[in-house]
Design a protein around this ligand. Structure first.
Ligand SMILES: NC(=O)c1ccc[n+]([C@@H]2O[C@H](COP(=O)([O-])OP(=O)(O)OC[C@H]3O[C@@H](n4cnc5c(N)ncnc54)[C@H](O)[C@@H]3O)[C@@H](O)[C@H]2O)c1
Length: 451
């Protein structure tokens, strides 16, 4: 911990702080727009000039339900502006939320902290008065202490840090930001805690609980929450593996488990597993950090959680190949879904795209359709073909795989879909379809963890 204590003399908290949000991606753009809607003056800052231009024009450069309306309203109210200038940000802000990316380092498990370090390099030299930086990015334990030391050395006297991890879910980002389950704030000085209470006053008044803690706990809450959720998903997927060899049905198993209130039904649907820009890289970074801290044994179970998750992708490919009598070569394969989950266009570490690309490498002629993620998918996998509708994707398919459970796929009419394909056989990678209905419409139906 830094040597400053709560009792130290520190500046009075600012009554109505002006906020900046540094890094306006999925997290930052949502945070900026929502804080402006709550009545704060907010300046969004990013190094990506085209992203800033898009946001400034009231458009969201990614798909997030409801966000564009909040963004437009916030800009129209005069509360929200965007810039690429850190000088302007430093002059404007009393509180600077750090929301830059912390992706997995290429070829390593650890998190790449270079964006966070660069963000501090860009902001700190411009600060002319005491400021509160607030870390929201997901980071390895110990980062806040390191950032606090940099602030103490490089920012005007009286500047400080709070750590405030973010729990929003893509697809529900606005709802989660305006009505979070909880707020977690790590601080060292009482005055910073008061500032954070001011910043979140509208949420606190609405009854949102705030856990007030230290830096290390605040950092760990985030990664341990993700480790728990990943473990729950991999638990039911491990049960799916066992179901596959015993003839049991994992969907009925998980339904029966979910009635136990100690277990609960959320994150207990067996299928293709987790992906996205958070869970996979966060559990890997957590393991890497635990190794550095000498407590790797405590997290060795996460290695298995990750392995179970990746095995589901391989199993999905195997199911598809089995339906095609052992080879994808030359077969027309339709993949429904590219985003890592429905209601998002995020394809970072997407299980659906991973499966699609593997099938293509094994000789399948793969056509992908996702209601929102085609463009992002094509940037990463230009070798795949993309259709502009479900109907176009299904036309003439020898095999169909449902890999992201968008509502329009869950609600497909099996009789109608059968008319479009060449061979009515489907792998339901998300256990999202009614197996009885699809089979009775004449489809060969296979799913993970089910007979
Ligand atoms: N996406 C989520 O659902 C979510 C949820 C909770 C926490 N998080 C965490 O939030 C952080 C951001 O995630 P994201 O999904 O928004 O990532 P993202 O890639 O969508 O956004 C990161 C943004 O930071 C910008 N950036 C990079 N370097 C910068 C710099 N030096 N200064 C200013 N901006 C810079 C990038 O241009 C980009 O717009 C990560 O640590 C992530 O783990 C994300």
């Amino acid at each position: 911990m830094p040597s400053v204590s709560r009792a130290d003399l520190s500046p009075e908290p600012v009554v109505r702080p002006r906020l900046t949000v540094l890094g306006t991606g999925y997290l930052g753009a949502t945070h900026a727009a929502c804080m402006a809607q709550l009545g704060f003056e907010v300046l969004g800052v990013d190094v990506d000039a085209s992203k800033i231009a898009t946001l400034a024009s009231g458009r969201v450069p990614f798909y997030e339900p409801g966000l564009e309306e909040v963004l437009e309203g916030a800009i129209a109210s005069g509360n929200l502006r965007f810039t690429t200038s850190f000088e302007e940000a430093a002059a404007f802000g009393d509180v600077h939320f750090v929301c830059v990316g912390t992706p997995q380092k290429p070829g390593e498990m650890a998190a790449d902290m270079s964006y966070l370090d660069a963000c501090l390099d860009m902001l700190l030299p411009h600060l002319r008065r005491p400021a509160l930086l607030v870390g929201k990015s997901t980071v390895p334990a110990g980062t806040a202490d390191r950032v606090a030391a940099r602030i103490a050395a490089e920012a005007p006297a009286g500047s400080s840090l709070a750590w405030n991890p973010e729990f929003l879910r893509e697809g529900y980002a606005v709802e989660d930001t305006l009505h979070p389950d909880r707020l977690v704030v790590g601080t060292v000085r009482e005055t910073d805690l008061q500032t954070m209470r001011t910043v979140y006053a509208p949420l606190l008044e609405a009854g949102v609980p705030m856990v007030e803690t230290d830096f290390a706990t605040a950092e760990l809450v985030k990664v341990s929450a993700n480790a728990f959720l990943a473990t729950k998903i991999s638990f039911i997927n491990a049960m799916a593996e066992v179901c596959e060899t015993t003839g049991a049905d994992v969907t009925q198993l998980s339904k029966a488990l979910s009635y136990d209130t100690r277990i609960g039904g959320r994150f207990l649907q067996a299928g293709l597993g987790f992906g996205g820009g958070c869970l996979p890289k966060d559990i890997r970074a957590f393991m890497a950090r635990a190794g550095e801290l000498g407590v790797d044994q405590a997290l060795s179970f996460l290695k298995e959680v990750d392995a179970i998750n990746l095995r589901r992708r391989a199993r999905t490919v195997d199911l598809g190949r089995e339906l095609l009598d052992g080879s994808f070569a030359g077969a027309k394969v339709t993949v429904l879904g590219a985003a890592f989950k429905p209601d998002s266009d995020d394809v970072r570490d997407s299980p659906a795209l991973d499966v699609a690309a593997t099938i293509a490498r094994q000789g399948g002629r793969v056509t992908v359709y996702d209601p929102k993620a085609n463009a992002n998918a094509e940037l990463r996998h230009p070798e795949l073909a993309y259709a502009s509708s479900t109907a176009e994707a299904l036309a003439g398919a020898d095999l169909t795989l449902l890999l992201t459970e968008w509502r329009e796929f869950r609600e497909l009419d099996p009789a109608e879909a059968k008319q479009a394909v060449a061979i009515p056989q489907i792998v339901d990678g998300r256990n999202a379809l009614d197996a009885v209905a699809w089979r009775s419409a004449g489809w060969t139906y296979r799913a993970l963890g089910r007979p």
